[in-house]
Ligand binder design. Structure first.
Ligand SMILES: Cc1ncc(C[n+]2csc(CCOP(=O)(O)OP(=O)(O)O)c2C)c(N)n1
Length: 492
């Protein structure tokens, strides 16, 4: 067998040489899609070779640039070619040195039957910069977070906390129909947003209101959306918390989970075609990774080499489904490599770690035109939404532990304070001030009228089609017949 394989290879190698083709027929394209100089055949460069003179490939260009994730293939190429050059000693019994020239890359043979283990010996470690007490572990932290940035990050984390708490109460008082907090995930929200630029497109799931806050969406705009009043950009046609803003490059939240993932890849591919110096940040939870869209999206991104950062908030729970019931892999991070995507696991409750990981991810996504996966480990401290009571399916002490001991806002505050950029006086002033602003925003939002009934049927088609005309008339008839069943504050 070994002899037959070697002979076959020798014939193929002879044919390649006599046709003048290099033994590596793959052509590499640069980032602009132009072919890079062909890799010369071994032995053609150097003393007496064609050093510095690389002739263009005499055959069509088929394949594109390869990612680092396929570097194993390159390794095998060198083994194979070294053999072709007869620099490797012959050994009839050495099947291990032989390779299968398979579409997509050469694969080494082995005579050892070995299944790949279902999990690695050790879990992928979690990158962090701050210890549990908010002290910086490494002094040479790659993230250059100066006073101005640190204070803005901290104040936005506090604003997010207060907005969530007050809006949650507003729902309990019956003033809005629904709300969903990001409690416990303030660091992922704000620090990842801080690491992006406004040109980067955000495709949110629904627990990323802090990203929009960071970009300048005002408390009033948040309140208008939740109250569905006539100045809400969605004209009251979405449930509360389905924010969106063209101005802030933030796609509207859509409830079916994971749909944003393949969409993000498409958007990233379009940024690539337009040669824009920007990427897409797609946010999602651990539960979303059980959707087919997650897998389709990651594979699509890897193959298209799309500049997208997948930011997975692994918060332990998908409503009442624990991650143990969701997957058996070592979280999400290991799946990146399976799809050929560079990936990192980061402490999602460490604002500095999230900031530096996402900043680096952005740099690589844009410079190297490739997708990156960031798995941020965190915990959903709040209920899933106002429609949920999480104490029914998880222990109170688990919630308390994450709320108190692993609180990302307190931890970041300790670091900001240790730099003498923050103190108790500023803290009290900030919290009072933000609370007043949120309450004011709610009061103002309540004073606006609701959007008119006709808005329900507009904005999808240029001219209203007959079936929507019919539905509108039917609705008006029904309201006339049952006036008590419809809200009085919607202008008919
Ligand atoms: C396609 C689809 N299936 C199911 C649901 C119901 N659902 C809403 S949120 C949610 C849990 C999502 O969990 P995760 O992605 O971990 O995000 P988290 O809420 O923890 O932030 C589910 C199953 C949905 N909205 N869309």
């Amino acid at each position: 067998m070994a002899t037959w394989l070697r002979r076959t290879r020798a014939v193929a190698h002879y044919l390649r040489r006599s046709s003048g083709r290099p033994s590596t027929s793959r052509v590499v394209l640069d980032r602009q899609g132009a072919p890079l100089p062909a890799v010369p055949p071994l032995g053609s460069v150097g003393i007496g070779g064609a050093a510095g003179r690389i002739s263009p490939a005499p055959f069509p260009v088929f394949s594109a640039k390869r990612l680092e994730s396929t570097r194993a293939e390159k390794h095998l190429v060198s083994v194979h070619e070294a053999e072709d050059d007869d620099t490797v000693e012959d050994d009839d019994d050495d099947d291990d040195a032989q390779v299968l020239d398979f579409p997509g890359g050469k694969v080494a043979f082995t005579s050892r039957m070995q299944f790949i283990a279902e999990s690695a010996e050790e879990r992928v470690p979690c990158y962090r910069v701050l210890d549990d007490y908010g002290q910086q572990i490494e002094n040479d932290c790659s993230a250059q977070v100066n006073e101005e940035l640190a204070v803005k990050m901290y104040t936005d984390m506090v604003t997010l906390q207060i907005m969530d708490a007050v809006f949650f109460e507003a729902q309990r008082q019956g003033r809005i129909s629904f709300y969903l907090t990001s409690m416990g995930e303030e660091a992922i929200n704000i620090a990842s947003a801080a690491a992006l630029t406004d040109d980067d497109v955000v495709m949110p799931q629904y627990r990323e209101q802090g990203v929009l806050l960071w970009r300048g969406f005002t408390l009033q705009e948040f309140a208008n959306q939740c109250f569905g009043n006539k100045v809400d950009y969605g004209k009251g046609r979405q449930m509360p918390i389905h924010y969106g803003s063209n101005k802030h490059n933030y796609f509207t939240v859509s409830s079916p989970i994971a749909t944003q993932i393949p969409q993000a890849v498409g958007a990233a591919h379009s940024l690539k075609m337009d040669k824009r110096s920007a990427c897409v940040a797609a946010y999602f939870g651990d539960g979303s990774t059980s959707e087919g869209d997650f897998h389709a999206g990651l594979n699509f991104a890897a193959v298209m080499e799309a500049p997208v950062i997948f930011i997975c908030r692994n918060n332990g729970w998908a409503i009442s489904t624990h991650t143990r019931e969701q997957f058996r892999s070592d979280g999400i991070v290991v799946r990146g490599q399976a799809y050929g995507i560079r990936s990192i696991r980061v402490d999602g409750n460490d604002a500095l770690a999230v900031y530096s990981a996402v900043r680096e991810a952005r740099e690589m996504a844009i410079k190297d035109q490739m997708p990156i996966l960031v798995e941020a480990l965190t915990y959903r401290v709040g209920h899933h939404s106002t429609s949920d009571d999480s104490t029914k399916y998880r222990p109170m002490d688990e919630i308390e532990y994450w709320k108190m001991s692993r609180n990302p806002v307190n931890r970041f505050r300790k670091w900001v304070e240790s730099n003498t950029w923050w103190d108790d006086k500023k803290e009290v002033e900030l919290r009072n001030n933000i609370r007043k602003q949120v309450l004011q925003a709610i009061q103002t939002a309540e004073t606006y009228e609701k959007p008119p009934l006709s808005d329900l049927f507009r904005d999808v088609y240029d001219t209203l089609p007959s079936n929507l005309h019919e539905q509108e008339s039917q609705l008006r008839e029904t309201i006339k017949r049952h006036p008590k069943d419809y809200p009085l504050d919607v202008p008919v």
